[in-house]
Design a binder for this molecule. Structure first.
Ligand SMILES: [Zn+2]
Length: 442
């Protein structure tokens, strides 16, 4: 057994860090994705201990992305890990693979779609394609002028000599190209920040493989869209306003800023007053907690404006940014829906930090909260004249009575607008491009 000391006010991760440090293992570069793998190992052993009536490692919760107060709760004192668990943690911390046999962990559900051999072959092919893409585009690499391009071939040779790690899950040529460019640029631009390196990697990769995808986004959509790429490297949620297929494509109309501000402020005033008055029953109908309400009220106090032609509104950190290209801002119900939708993205930012990319699951909860809030306000007579606000198949108030209908309409909406998003949140996008993909959280 290996003893891990837990000091006063120390959490499980911090205690493991101290122990790793004592064994001269550098912990400063362990990414969140690796921590979730470490916690998964601890969880497996804790469950085994529980089943065998042995002493537990932690006493409450196993949601790695949840609150530290309620998850992996350890008591001050000494906790005991098996030697195998500790060896696995050390390996993960050092970036080494775990040589687990496929049957070693029967409780874990596999996330690999399709035959693993097919995926391995596909990924090897995609890696070779990505290397080829980079080598044939070296002359076209767009980098800051002070970068010494003459070293590129040398660095590429060094990288290939050290061997490449192949991902377990299916990744696109765009993802592989981005990944290789991150490794290459880290060597070429030693003084650049991680964000800057990610930016140049995505920017160049999206130009090189226009028909492919990066992080489930189309390269053609990313290419030359600096705002979108910058947003991606910062983990921001960037809303794309879909063009209705039945309408002719029109150049988006810009709204004068003062008019937009007046429209948004009108909706904010109504929404804030009503949110404050919501009863327990109202909150229950919207599946909203008191603390969500408090957070949403604070986000509604942090509204700014920009001229981003790609979206109506977006969530950035703890605030909502409206674009002067926002359509239908004179429709109060529409603006209330946008406010609630983006505020829910902000809640996710506040819970999980910015180290995650958007997902279908997140969009689903954002949009359904938006629809239910609008419905509530119409039902209470606070949004008069919007009874036929038919954003979906039915008057929105129907959703309060029929949750199945809400589900059906939300799923259709997701398929139309967000079919390329991963099902669940993708964490720490650039460093762990593939591991977290399609990896369900608890
Ligand atoms: Zn959204």
């Amino acid at each position: 057994m290996v003893d891990i000391n837990v000091n006063k006010n120390q959490g499980l991760i911090s205690a493991i860090k101290t122990k790793l440090g004592a064994e001269n293992i550098n912990t400063s570069n362990i990414t969140w994705n690796v921590w979730t793998k470490i916690l998964e190992q601890v969880k497996n052993e804790n469950e085994q201990n529980k089943a065998e009536g042995k002493e537990l490692i932690y006493h409450k919760g196993s949601n790695a992305s949840g609150s530290g107060k309620d998850n992996f709760v350890v008591f001050q004192g000494v906790i005991k890990f098996s030697q195998t668990l500790w060896n696995n943690i050390c390996k993960l911390a050092k970036g080494e693979p775990l040589n687990e046999s496929p049957t070693a962990n029967p409780n874990q559900t596999g996330n690999v779609e399709g035959n693993p051999n097919d995926i391995a072959l596909q990924n090897r092919t995609n890696t070779l394609k990505a290397i080829n893409v980079i080598q044939s585009n070296i002359a076209k690499l767009e980098l800051p002028s002070n970068v010494d391009k003459s070293k590129i071939n040398e660095v590429m040779a060094e990288l290939s000599k050290n061997g490449l790690t192949l991902p377990q899950q299916s990744v696109s040529v765009g993802d592989m190209t981005t990944s290789l460019l991150v490794d290459l640029l880290t060597k070429l631009m030693p003084n650049a920040s991680e964000e800057e390196i990610n930016y140049y990697a995505i920017k160049n990769a999206s130009n090189f493989v226009p028909d492919d995808t990066i992080g489930a986004r189309k390269c053609s959509e990313l290419a030359n869209n600096d705002d979108l790429i910058r947003g991606m490297t910062r983990g921001e949620v960037v809303e794309i306003v879909p063009t209705p297929p039945t309408q002719e494509v029109q150049a988006p109309q810009q709204v004068p800023l003062e008019q937009l501000k007046a429209n948004v402020e009108k909706a904010v005033t109504i929404l804030k007053a009503e949110l404050k008055n919501f009863t327990e029953d109202d909150l229950c109908d919207l599946a909203m907690t008191d603390s969500d309400r408090e957070k949403i009220l604070s986000f509604l106090d942090n509204i700014t404006y920009d001229d981003d032609p790609t979206g109506a509104a977006k969530a950035v950190n703890n605030g909502i940014v409206f674009s002067t290209y926002c359509q239908k801002s004179d429709n109060v119900a529409n603006v209330v829906a946008l406010l609630m939708h983006e505020a829910n993205h902000c809640i996710r930012h506040s819970q999980w930090g910015m180290e995650r990319l958007n997902s279908k699951e997140e969009e689903w909860t954002c949009e359904s909260l938006a629809m239910l809030t609008v419905a509530k306000l119409i039902e209470k007579g606070k949004l008069q004249g919007y009874e036929n606000y038919q954003r979906y198949s039915v008057p929105v108030t129907e959703y309060l009575k029929n949750r199945e209908l809400l589900s059906t309409d939300m799923n259709d909406w997701l398929t139309r607008n967000y079919s390329e998003l991963p099902n669940y949140a993708v964490y720490n996008y650039i460093e762990n491009r593939w591991e977290a993909r399609e990896n369900p959280r608890e």
